[in-house]
Design a protein around this ligand. Structure first.
Ligand SMILES: NC(=O)C1=CN([C@@H]2O[C@H](COP(=O)(O)OP(=O)(O)OC[C@H]3O[C@@H](n4cnc5c(N)ncnc54)[C@H](OP(=O)(O)O)[C@@H]3O)[C@@H](O)[C@H]2O)C=CC1
Ligand SMILES: O=C(O)CCC(=O)C(=O)O
Ligand SMILES: [Mg+2]
Length: 421
């Protein structure tokens, strides 16, 4: 083992007792939540391993702090360090709307080719929720993280590039359906077979490993036939090609139904379920957003493209208490690179107030500990979150929805979590 460096050997992480882990503090509420969460993570690791293991945190810069100190929003040094140390964790980074720099969060994912955005959504007992049975939500979102409209290929109305692209579309491709061509901004949405396959492969492998009965491909393939429709078709093909003995797809169901009738297709699906096969199905994105509210137990692992995944993450988070408690991870399962981060953003109106809930970035830290194989420390944090919330000592976001809650600051919530480890 190796100077605190985590390495990948034959696809397996080799983690020393004192791994160096780069962190980005983040903009807005980032410094508050990171200070709170890192204290809890350190205390849990200390307690779980009696001081034999310890994370050596290495600060790397991005966002406003980087710009103020170096003149760059995302210094190459930051990418180099994460590349070198493999695993990192970050707070949220601000992205201006309608102009200015493109998202640094997206840039990190693309630069390191972190093609899976993994966002587990579960309910913690006692967390206030707008739905009647939040405990029915237990899903893991696999959001494709490198393609789709997040590729940032778009041109401002009136720019030279827009005019060139418009001209190409009109003269070379005969496009005549742009309603107001001169004043339209134009964007391009790349969705590839390879990008789909590696995402869906990761989702199915996760379902197999964690004994999840279904994987749902969410798309808007009725309208966007060759991007979102392509995702659905490539996803099914991949499932049938690479996991033939482990899955039964709705594609196969439809083929049996067409040849032998509905009863035979139902029988085939039942037999597959009885044999413990994973059902790979699909759902059009609009109805999916209704069904996760009305019948969430029907969904386990969700595989989808970048924009759908972004919307679905926040919608599902709301069902289990909001994005104050919504963790995530950006992962490349081939190279081993991963950056753990909360689902939420920089919540600028709360910046520097020591007010918000640090649970999202803390639970992202739990995902990181699990990823490192430090399950004991991860479990300590999870149990402490459960215990602390059920004692009704919570930050403002939960306190405003709970009867009899004691509202505490972000840092005080961390103190309570450490006490309850
Ligand atoms: N990965 C990333 O780094 C992300 C960055 N962003 C960026 O963040 C900036 C702000 O985006 P915005 O749309 O306001 O979304 P935010 O997620 O930053 O905040 C929206 C609202 O969510 C609630 N919230 C967020 N975080 C917490 C928390 N830790 N505890 C409790 N409640 C929380 C607050 O709700 P309430 O008002 O009800 O109290 C807040 O006003 C933008 O620049 C955006 O691009 C956005 C998403 C992800
Ligand atoms: O990069 C951003 O500013 C927003 C990203 C986002 O919403 C997300 O990752 O869920
Ligand atoms: Mg988002």
């Amino acid at each position: 083992m190796t100077n605190g460096k985590i390495v990948v050997e034959n696809g397996v992480l080799n983690v020393p007792n004192n791994p160096v882990i780069p962190f980005i503090e983040g903009d807005g509420i980032g410094p508050d939540i990171w200070a709170a969460a890192s204290r809890v993570i350190d205390a849990a690791v200390e307690k779980a391993y009696n001081g034999e293991k310890k994370i050596e945190w290495l600060e790397v810069l991005a966002g406003e702090k980087a710009f103020n100190q170096t003149g760059e929003w995302l210094p190459q040094e930051t990418l180099n360090k994460i590349d070198e140390y493999l695993i990192a964790i970050k707070g949220p980074l601000t992205t201006p709307i309608g102009g200015g720099i493109r998202s640094l969060n997206v840039a990190l994912r693309q630069e390191l080719d972190l093609y899976v955005c993994l966002r587990p959504v579960r309910h913690f007992d006692g967390v206030p929720s707008p739905v009647k049975r939040p405990e029915d939500v237990d899903m893991v979102i696999f959001r494709e993280n490198t393609e789709d409209i997040y590729a940032g290929i778009e041109y401002q109305a009136g720019s030279d590039e827009q005019k060139k692209l418009l001209n190409f579309l009109q003269t070379e491709l005969g496009v005549n359906k742009i309603r107001f061509p001169e004043t339209s901004g134009l964007g391009i949405k790349p969705v590839s077979q390879e990008g789909t396959e590696r995402l869906v492969r990761a989702a199915i492998e996760y379902a197999i490993k964690h004994d999840k009965p279904t994987v749902t491909l969410v798309h808007k393939g009725n309208i966007m036939k060759f991007t979102e429709g392509g995702f659905k078709n490539w996803g099914y093909e991949l499932a049938e090609k690479e996991f033939a003995d482990k899955v039964f797809t709705w594609n196969q169901y439809d083929a049996i139904k067409a040849e032998q009738g509905e009863a035979a297709a139902n029988e085939a699906q039942k037999a597959a379920e009885a044999a413990g096969k994973i059902i790979v199905k699909d759902s059009i994105a609009d109805i999916f957003l209704q069904q996760i509210l009305t019948r969430p137990t029907e969904f386990d692992v969700v595989a989808t493209m970048n924009l759908n995944g972004d919307y679905i993450s926040d919608a599902l988070a709301a069902q289990v208490g909001g994005i104050g408690i919504a963790p995530g991870a950006n992962i490349n399962y081939v190279t081993g690179h991963a950056i753990f981060e909360a689902t939420h953003g920089t919540a600028p109106k709360y910046a520097g107030q020591d007010k918000v809930n640090p649970s999202s970035v803390l639970l992202s830290g739990v995902l990181m500990l699990e990823h490192l194989g430090w399950q004991e420390a991860a479990d300590l944090v999870t149990k402490s979150v459960e215990k602390t919330i059920s004692s009704k000592v919570v930050t403002y976001d939960f306190a405003r929805l709970m009867d009899g809650a004691t509202e505490v600051k972000c840092s005080e919530f961390a103190n309570e979590l450490i006490k309850n480890l």
